[in-house]
Structure formats: structure tokens, C-alpha cells
Design a protein around this ligand. Structure first.
Ligand code: NAD
Length: 380
């Protein structure tokens, strides 16, 4: 962004960025603090200036404003370069946030954020770190060569945004959800999928349920049209139930998985699980511009909130995605990713990624959230 640039004596171009931070609930504030620490180090080392604006989101916003995300918060987010989001929500069995109407609960804030900022593309990399192979629940012969994929999920259409109703007629309650996609919605996410593949191994697996759903038949037709513009990319189609199996049987076959909202929701959680820990996986939600919302794939983990043991790596890697996609700082993003790899290589682990095999524990050093953030920062 040229308007963000100014020459700085002895440093070349200094960039100034405005980041909105929505720490959210549970472990959110703990993991966002570590991502900020890393970003501050990047800014210091590479001569940039990052300013943060903290905004309440989820349960934290309900407590103050009675709603999970205010219109004012959205307006502030729109004027920023990117949003760094922690996680929202609490334990539904005991939290008062789940005793209010559904459109005012924490998760409604996420849907409002996605819709208001037109964040139609969710990118979730699922990569098996060599150092974390033993945390992967799959057999060694399946993962010996690792895997490295990105799930490109449509985020503002389909079943989660279609019309819904619950009606009672003649004493029988019926609930209805609607799954609808327009050509335009499919085309723009397909373009993101193919563009992502062009920067990787140039393979797209488009996932649908073409044998049953009309929306999937349109999905397949439009994806094939978009594929014509990307002759270098190999396109294959896969039915969603088969994809769920293939992720476990042979995850290495995937490069980019392109899919609609609900299938992507389920498959990306499955993909995150086979990497070893949900605490390792970043995500980016993008619109047509360079703007994006960056957040870890996991939730607010109320079971460990406040204990100082949450893994901050997913959030730190989300900040790296933010540097790459929204701020255009590729080498800075690579520096963060390299630091994470190095710290893992040196044996530092948060509890969720500590090896189960106690005989190997002498090499590994268990650290808490803050120490993990500090170690990564120091390496940068
Ligand atoms: P969760 O992802 O919060 O937790 C599942 C398990 O993973 C827990 O055992 C938790 O301790 C562990 N975990 C998650 N992140 C971790 C991390 N960084 N380090 C170490 N361990 C980690 O899922 P849940 O328990 O089903 O949901 C809790 C709340 O989070 C719910 O209110 C849910 O709606 C919300 N949620 C929010 C988001 C989001 O903010 N985008 C996403 C998913 C769930």
C-alpha cells in the first residue's frame, strides 16, 4: 500500500499498518498477546510501524454491549489493514452467553464479521511439521513423506447463510435450512482456489456432493469453467464422503482442496486433527481486496483458559499469513514461519504437542504460552 509508505533514513521504505485486534474470549487474549509480541519484533527488525486498535468481540462484547459485535466495531475494522482475531465463545453448558437468543450469542459475531466484510474465502493450511510427526494420529507409513495442503473454503454462502425456519403444523415440528449458491459466489471462490494452487503444486481437488445436490452440480460446472483459465493446474473432482476418507488414507495426495461452506467446515477440522494439534493451525479469511481476518483454527478452549498453557503457534502463524496476504510482507512472513520451525526443532513444546512417549521426553522442553511466544520472538 503506497499510502502506507514513507522513506526512512538508512532503512529504505518504512511501512505503517493499522491492525484491529479482537482478542475475544477464553484463551483468545493469551494467544493474541504472543502474536502481537512477534509482530512487534518483526516491525522493529524490518523497520515497519504497526499500530493496534483493540476491539471487543464475542462474549467479551456481549458482557459490555449486549451483542457479540457492534456496528461501530465493524466500521473500525473496515478502516484497518487487517484484523487479528483470537477466538470467541465459552462453555455452552454453563456460560450465560448461551442463554440468550441465538442471533446475540458469541458465534453470531463471527457470522456478522464474515458477512459485513464480505470475507468469502477461508484459507486453512494443513501442514505436517517433520518435528511433530509423532503427534499425528495416523500410521507412520501413511505420513512418512508428510503432507502439505490448503483448504479453500467458501465462507459466506451455502447452508450457514441460507433461509432457515422452524414451524409447527398439526402438532409436528419441522425445521428447514436452505443450501443455495449462485454462479457468482462459486466463481469467485474457485478463482481463489486456482490462484492459490498456482503458487503451490498446481493441483485443485474440488469437493462436492454432485450425486445428490443441485448446488453441487452447479458448483462442478462453474469450477470446470474457471479451470479453463488455469491450464497449468490439474483439476480433479471428489465427492465429499470420499474426501473425508482420503484425508485419512492418503493426505499427501492433496494440494488445494476447494469446497463449499459446510463441507469445508467439517473437512478443515479433520485436516487440522491429522496435523497433530488444533493449536498449530492458522487461517485467513479474505475478500476481493487485500484485506483479511486472521485467526487460529481452534476455538476459545475454555477448558484451559487462564492456565497459561495454550499453544500460541496457530495465532502466530495466522499473523504470518497476515504479513503475507494483507500487508504484502513476504520475507517477514517467512521469518516468522522459520522461527516457529526452529523452536520446534530445538524441542520446545506446549503441552498439547508434547510427545506421549515419556521415554523421549528428556529431549523435549515443555513451555507455557508466554515462553513459546518469547522463544519465537527471540529467534526472529
Ligand atoms: P476448541 O477448539 O476451543 O477446543 C477443543 C480442544 O482443543 C480443547 O481440548 C482445547 O483445550 C484444545 N485447544 C484448542 N485450541 C488450543 C490451543 N491453542 N492450545 C492448546 N489446546 C487447544 O473447541 P470447543 O471446545 O468445541 O469450543 C469452545 C468454544 O469455542 C465454543 O464456544 C465454540 O463455539 C468456540 N469456537 C470458536 C471458534 C472461533 O472463534 N473461530 C472456532 C471454534 C469454536
Amino acid at each position: 500500500k503506497l499510502e502506507n509508505c514513507r522513506m526512512r533514513k538508512g532503512w529504505g521504505i518504512e511501512m505503517t499498518f493499522n491492525i484491529v485486534c479482537m482478542s475475544g474470549d477464553g484463551i483468545g487474549p493469551e494467544i493474541i498477546a504472543e502474536a502481537k509480541r512477534v509482530l512487534n519484533k518483526v516491525a522493529e527488525k524490518y523497520g515497519h510501524s504497526i499500530t493496534y486498535k483493540d476491539i471487543l468481540m464475542g462474549g467479551a462484547s456481549i458482557d459490555v454491549y449486549g451483542e457479540p459485535l457492534t456496528d461501530e466495531a465493524i466500521e473500525i475494522a473496515k478502516t484497518s489493514d487487517a484484523v487479528l482475531l483470537g477466538s470467541i465463545g465459552g462453555n455452552a453448558a454453563i456460560s450465560p452467553w448461551y442463554r440468550i437468543s441465538p442471533e446475540l450469542r458469541p458465534e453470531a459475531g463471527l457470522l456478522k464479521l464474515r458477512k459485513s466484510l464480505n470475507l468469502f474465502a477461508n484459507l486453512r493450511p494443513a501442514y505436517l511439521y517433520e518435528e511433530l510427526q509423532e503427534a499425528c494420529p495416523l500410521r507412520e507409513n501413511v505420513i512418512s513423506d508428510g503432507f502439505d495442503m490448503v483448504i479453500v473454503r467458501e465462507l459466506t454462502g451455502g447452508l450457514y447463510f441460507g433461509e432457515r425456519s422452524t414451524n409447527e403444523m398439526n402438532g409436528m415440528i419441522t425445521a428447514t435450512d436452505t443450501l443455495s449458491y449462485s454462479e457468482k459466489e462459486i466463481r469467485r471462490i474457485a478463482v481463489k482456489g486456482f490462484e492459490t494452487a498456482m503458487k503451490r503444486k498446481k493441483k485443485v481437488t474440488s469437493v462436492d456432493k454432485v450425486n445428490v445436490l443441485d448446488s453441487s452440480r452447479l458448483w462442478r460446472k462453474v469450477v470446470e469453467e474457471v479451470a479453463m483459465d488455469y491450464p497449468e493446474v490439474t483439476l480433479e473432482h471428489m465427492i465429499v464422503d470420499n474426501c473425508a476418507m482420503q484425508l485419512i488414507k492418503n493426505p499427501k495426495q492433496f494440494d488445494v482442496i476447494l469446497t463449499e461452506n459446510m463441507f469445508g467446515d467439517i473437512l478443515s477440522d479433520e485436516a487440522s486433527m491429522i496435523t497433530g494439534s488444533i493449536g498449530m493451525l492458522p487461517s485467513a479469511s479474505l475478500n476481493d481486496t487485500k484485506f483479511g481476518v486472521y485467526e487460529p483454527s481452534g476455538g476459545s478452549a475454555p477448558d484451559i483458559a487462564g492456565k497459561g498453557i495454550a499453544n500460541p503457534i496457530a495465532t502466530i502463524l495466522s499473523a504470518a499469513m497476515m504479513l503475507r496476504y494483507s500487508l504484502g510482507l513476504e520475507k517477514e512472513a517467512e521469518a516468522v514461519e522459520a522461527a516457529v520451525k526452529q523452536i520446534l526443532k530445538e524441542g520446545y513444546r506446549t503441552v498439547d504437542i508434547m510427545p506421549q512417549d515419556k521415554s523421549r521426553c528428556s529431549f523435549f522442553k515443555q513451555v507455557g504460552t508466554k515462553d513459546m511466544g518469547r522463544l519465537i520472538t527471540e529467534y526472529i
